[in-house]
Design a binder for this molecule. Structure first.
Ligand code: TTP
Length: 635
């Protein structure tokens, strides 16, 4: 359910940037001969020419739609070029689209806080950039205004006029406009420049909406496509919303939108103005009621999150009609493939972005033969995510078995699986520096953090403290048929080089790590412990973390789906036993002491303490295996 957030007092400039017919553009860049031709990207499944998932604007003019199959598209547009989605592991391979999306994000994120909302759309908070522009180089003093800014569609300005560009120029230059609109004018120029840069550097066009909040910016970006931008001055907000069908509003496409139409007779957002906040709260609860009341007035306090990377990773596959999976062996075989891909992607995320996923979730659609109990849904199931392809495959299969058991509820009947999807969510960043320091303390070399598809030792202190509680693949809703588009992670070459180097030197052990630490003395936490140079202190610190690790392993054995310690853990435990061990009690740590540590160490220590607190709580909360196999709560 949507939640109302307080609208910031200060005016904001928010842009929503959406790529035009994105997969088509990616394919056209690969094969420039397709440029300008009516083109569509189709699923790899060729039944009736394959389902269309992206359609170029040239093809749209002929009436080609995404809902069509290739054969149907050929009928309405005989010259259409149908390009198949790349295939890997018997399913669509979306990697080229993900990384193309990352190229765009890298450019857009240079001007303000950037939230990657899906494989091809981004929110930008340009407030600071717009304020600086307004105070330093306002539009009227600029030597030239980008062509793209002059082509903006400014809602409320007469767009039929032959003098449209002149009108836009005047609007951008208005000296007597209010402060909010002046900022929007700067935002329009900044976005125009960014869009030109995206085109120059990636060859992709995009469309954008520029407004005072995310909700309005998103609505505006879809209003004039392709390759255009739309600005929503405050004075046009009510006009925009008055005739907007409720279903067009994000979060009103589903049950809530239906209820508004059926129960309250609300067909446009403007119709909501007929209801008091109290009435809406009475019907939909306090939060949603207030949210509805606010959106009717064009206000929304939702912030642009600082996130360039996806919230989750997911991959799926559908098995329509006769392709339904009917045996456990066939499910296992497909799950193995999906898990292999998922494992590669989370491993890449770990290596490149130092991010750890915490939760593995299986979503399945199924039916029972002879229509028995046909309303019953196949439950989605989650469990803590363990790194390593084999473990993920194993856990996914356990989730499936458990869900199937619930689905069948002891009935001995045939079933069919029509879709399988697996996702890794609750992704959190490893606090900076933790990796290196833990490595030293444990005497591990960095290859243990980046082995290809082999089991990886994720610091449990980190894996048990998810920062990002948002679940669900951001792109999971984009494809109703198969492989959900998700987003690609940004590459970090330095880190890959490091990994290669470390892998090439497997003999690097405790000694080498200690040497490394000495070389990086300014960043070492030990430097700030009294007598840090003495070997005894090092042993104590070493022992401490290993004890910590030992305790965690005990917890893991109780909590985890099945397996015991891996090799790396066992090595680490042995090391622990060789050293003096001491403990600290999280509650006993005086927070003011941490404030006195150098900044680069503070964050790291807080990360440890936060993890330790969480771990304590988690251990208390639930430790039986059944706990991990309970159905996912629907929010
Ligand atoms: P969209 O942004 O919804 O659409 P689009 O970029 O193709 O076209 P538009 O110019 O109208 O925005 O989706 C982005 C990409 O996601 C799209 O190119 C293909 C993929 N996609 C699917 O695979 N399945 C789907 O059902 C949808 C909607 C999109």
């Amino acid at each position: 359910m949507p939640v109302a957030r307080p609208e910031p007092q200060e005016p904001r400039v928010i842009a929503h940037v959406d790529m035009d017919c994105f997969y088509v553009q990616v394919e056209q860049r690969k094969n420039p001969e397709l440029r300008g031709l009516p083109t569509a990207v189709v699923q790899y499944n060729n039944w009736k020419g394959g389902g269309l998932i992206a359609v170029s604007y040239e093809a749209r003019k002929f009436g080609v739609k995404r809902s069509m199959r290739g054969d149907e598209a050929k009928k309405v547009c005989p010259d259409i070029q149908l390009v198949q989605v790349p295939v890997a592991r018997g399913k669509a391979d979306l990697n080229s689209y993900r990384s193309a999306g990352s190229e765009v994000v890298a450019i857009l994120s240079t001007k303000g806080r950037c939230e990657r909302a899906s494989i091809d759309e981004v929110y930008l908070d340009l407030t600071d950039a717009a304020k600086s522009m307004l105070s330093e180089t306002p539009p009227e003093v600029l030597e030239s205004i980008p062509e793209e800014a002059l082509k903006s569609k400014v809602l409320g300005l007469n767009s039929e006029d032959d003098d449209r560009e002149k009108n836009v120029r005047e609007w951008l230059f208005r000296r007597h406009a209010d402060y909010q609109d002046k900022l929007l004018a700067c935002g329009a120029i900044i976005v125009a420049r960014l869009r030109v840069k995206v085109l120059e550097e990636t060859k992709f066009t995009c469309s954008a909406g520029i407004a005072h909040n995310k909700m309005l910016a998103k609505l505006a970006s879809a209003m004039h496509k392709p390759a255009q931008q739309t600005v929503v001055p405050s004075s046009s907000v009510m006009d925009l919303l008055s005739s907007l069908p409720v279903k067009k509003m994000k979060q009103l496409g589903g049950k809530l939108g239906c209820s508004l139409q059926i129960d309250l007779g609300v067909n446009t957002i403007g119709d909501l103005l007929n209801f008091s906040e109290a009435k809406l709260q009475e019907c939909y609860g306090i939060n949603t009621g207030t949210w509805l009341w606010k959106i009717a007035r064009g206000t929304s306090g939702e912030e642009v999150e600082d996130r360039l990377l996806p919230k989750s990773h997911g991959c799926g596959k559908t098995f329509p009609g006769p392709k339904a999976l009917k045996t456990t062996a066939s499910v296992r075989s497909w799950l193995n493939q999906l898990c292999e891909e998922l494992s590669e992607r989370i491993q890449f995320d770990l290596d490149q972005n130092k991010r750890v996923a915490h939760t593995l979730t299986l979503h399945t659609n199924a039916y029972k033969e002879n229509g028995v109990d046909s309303q019953r849904k196949f439950p989605s199931k989650s469990c803590p995510l363990r790194y390593g392809t084999a473990k993920i495959q194993d856990d996914a299969m356990k989730l499936f078995d458990s869900a199937l058991h619930d689905f069948l509820s002891s009935q001995n009947i045939r079933w069919g699986i029509t879709s399988l999807s697996i996702s890794a969510s609750k992704i959190s960043e490893i606090p900076s520096g933790t990796c290196s320091i833990l490595k030293f303390f444990r005497g591990e070399n960095s290859s243990s953090m980046s082995s290809d598809n082999s089991d990886v030792l994720i610091p449990e202190s980190i894996s048990k403290s998810p920062k990002n509680e948002n679940e669900g693949c951001m792109a999971a809703t984009q494809s109703d048929n198969v492989d959900q588009p998700a987003c690609q992670e940004k590459e970090n070459e330095n880190h890959s080089n490091q990994t290669v180097q470390d892998k090439a030197n497997p003999a690097q052990g405790i000694g080498a790590s200690q040497k490394k630490l000495k070389e990086k003395e300014p960043y070492s936490i030990l430097k700030f412990f009294p007598g840090s140079e003495s070997s005894s202190t090092r042993k104590r610190a070493f022992g401490d973390l290993n004890q910590d690790h030992l305790e965690r392993n005990q917890t893991e054995q109780q909590e985890g789906p099945s397996e015991g310690c891996d090799d790396a853990t066992a090595r680490s435990n042995q090391t622990a036993q060789q050293h003096e061990i001491w403990n600290f009690n999280v509650e006993d740590v005086d927070p003011s002491v941490i404030d006195e540590l150098p900044l680069e160490i503070q964050r790291e220590v807080r990360g440890w303490l936060h993890s330790a607190t969480k771990r304590t709580n988690m251990t208390k909360r639930g430790s039986s295996i059944a706990h991990y196999f309970s159905p996912v709560k629907k929010t």
